[in-house]
Design a protein around this ligand. Structure first.
Ligand code: NAD
Length: 473
């Protein structure tokens, strides 16, 4: 895979298979020394992560560009910038980790009833290629804040980022706390044979099932951050289409549609479709005025990750029975780039069978919001649901009658900016990431009491023999 003309970036190597059990064993030994129990140690490792991301920002941006052609602005905003999550975790750590003192019956009040929050142990984090830095470091923030030791396994499909990570991780983190394994199916399979205390996987649902089965052998708890088809619903009454078009398009343009929460398809009444498409064309004119309203050759637009995924998206477009109603079918096969398009079709089209993960929007006609709700609930629960509406009643309908990982009104992807807890439901995943909810995934809540010997009288009733006096009491 090599440096591809990016001389400053290191070369990708997979971790030799025989090293993997040793890495696992070393971390178990290290965890047992209590290395991560002091909060000062956790904060120091989190600070090291923030430094690794910011001090080496140029190299990360370069590696991300080499893997995905992501504009530097997007790399900074969505990847390098998440260093702030490590900083936030440092600030929140004392509060998150404080033992709980639950309210109990007065007869137990002096037993020091406490819920301690203990790290699960040695955890495994497996991440995908589409946001290769963020999706490795974000769960690692949670794992470290909770006091775990971690093996991280970044994606082989983002080799420049993974190689850079292999070089920088040992320089910034304590090797007794964080270790990296690089590789693909073989190496991940080897990792999955070992017993971890939690596995956090981000990626597609087919591999999610492999992870769940492997974890079941050891009864290892898992977090699965998966994907799916996130709908956009348009209730046109009173909407400013100019803004709506910009906000929808922006979600699809980020990383050329390869975002887990990218808006996947649009549900819209017939009469609103033409003005919406016109507004989207106008928005393209604004965004890409330097390149005649076309994204394909713009430096402000990314590309598809590799030949296989490029071909996969092309096949979906070719097999579609729908009609292009926005943009043009234009591609640059050399760079795996493609112009964003909207294809008007129906729910049976091949485009509606899987997550598109590319800059193609199926547009589907629905009569009204109720039909849209049925359409969504008939399918797998999406990771995100985007509803453009001015009506509070409609908002309430979506809150109470649909299921999805996240729900955003009148924009796309902005839930990520707010730092809310994040996770899927059903086919889009299980468990959470980000903030306190992410911390909780890697934490065991351990209930504890300390029963004073002086209270013997109060508890002595429990001892045999169970005399008649005791039973009658
Ligand atoms: P990918 O191909 O990089 O795979 C993800 C990880 O799984 C990699 O580390 C890879 O090495 C490992 N893997 C692949 N095959 C395996 C196997 N047979 N056994 C064990 N491990 C294996 O990434 P991807 O799955 O193409 O990622 C894209 C998907 O991830 C999309 O569905 C997207 O929606 C989803 N995603 C979800 C989130 C989220 O937070 N919910 C975020 C990003 C992406």
């Amino acid at each position: 895979n090599g440096t591809n003309g990016h001389a400053a970036l290191p070369e990708w190597h997979s971790t030799p298979l025989e090293e993997i059990p040793k890495i696992h064993k070393d971390l178990i030994a290290s965890f047992r020394t209590g290395i991560m129990w002091p909060l000062a140690k956790r904060k120091q490792q989190l600070a090291a992560m923030a430094r690794m991301m910011t001090e080496q920002g140029d190299l990360w941006a370069k590696a991300i560009y080499a893997d995905l052609g992501k504009p530097e602005f997007q790399a900074n905003l969505f990847e390098i910038g998440i260093a702030h999550q490590a900083v936030r975790a440092i600030a929140d750590l004392d509060e998150w980790t404080a033992p709980l003192k639950p309210d109990v019956h007065e007869r137990h009040a002096e037993w020091n009833p406490t819920v301690y929050k203990i790290p699960k142990g040695v955890v495994l984090i497996i991440s995908p290629w589409n946001y290769p830095l963020t999706l490795t470091m974000q769960p690692l923030v949670s794992a470290l804040a909770a006091g775990n030791c971690a093996v991280i396994k970044p994606s082989e499909l983002a080799p420049h980022v993974s190689a850079l990570m292999a070089e920088l991780v040992p320089k910034y983190f304590d090797p007794g706390v964080v270790r990296l394994v690089n590789g693909g199916v073989k190496e991940t399979t080897r990792l999955l044979e070992l017993k971890f205390d939690h596995i956090f996987y981000t990626g597609n649902g087919a591999v999610g099932r492999i992870i769940a089965q492997a974890a079941a052998r050891h009864l290892t708890p898992i977090t699965l951050e998966l994907g799916g088809k996130s709908p956009v619903v348009i209730e046109p009454e009173g909407l400013d289409f100019k803004l709506v078009a910009k906000r929808i398009l922006n979600g699809k343009l980020a990383n050329a549609g390869q975002t887990c929460v990218a808006p996947d398809y649009i549900l819209c009444p017939e009469a609103a479709q033409k003005p919406l498409m016109e507004a989207m064309t106008a928005a393209m004119g604004d965004f890409f005025h330097e390149t005649d309203g076309k994204a394909l050759h713009s430096p402000h637009y990314g590309r598809i990750v590799n030949a296989r995924h490029f071909q996969r998206v092309q096949n979906l477009v070719e097999k579609s029975t729908g009609k292009v109603v926005f943009g043009e079918k234009q591609t640059d096969p050399e760079r795996y780039a493609m112009e964003p398009i909207v294809i008007k079709t129906d729910g049976e089209d091949d485009l509606m069978k899987e997550e598109i993960f590319g800059p193609v929007f199926p547009l589907i006609t629905v009569k009204d919001v109720d039909e849209a709700i049925n359409f969504i609930e008939d399918r797998d629960h999406p990771l995100s649901l985007y509803v453009f509406t001015k009506s509070e009643e409609t908002k309430q309908k979506f809150i109470s009658r649909t299921r999805s990982g996240g729900l955003v009104f009148n924009d796309t992807m902005e839930q990520l900016a707010v730092g809310l807890q994040f996770g899927g439901i059903g086919e889009s995943g299980m468990g959470y990431t980000v903030g306190k909810a992410g911390y909780d995934q890697f934490t065991h809540y351990r209930g504890s009491v300390d029963v004073p010997y002086e209270h013997e009288e109060a508890v002595s009733l429990r001892y045999p023999p169970y005399t008649k006096e005791k039973i009658d009491l």
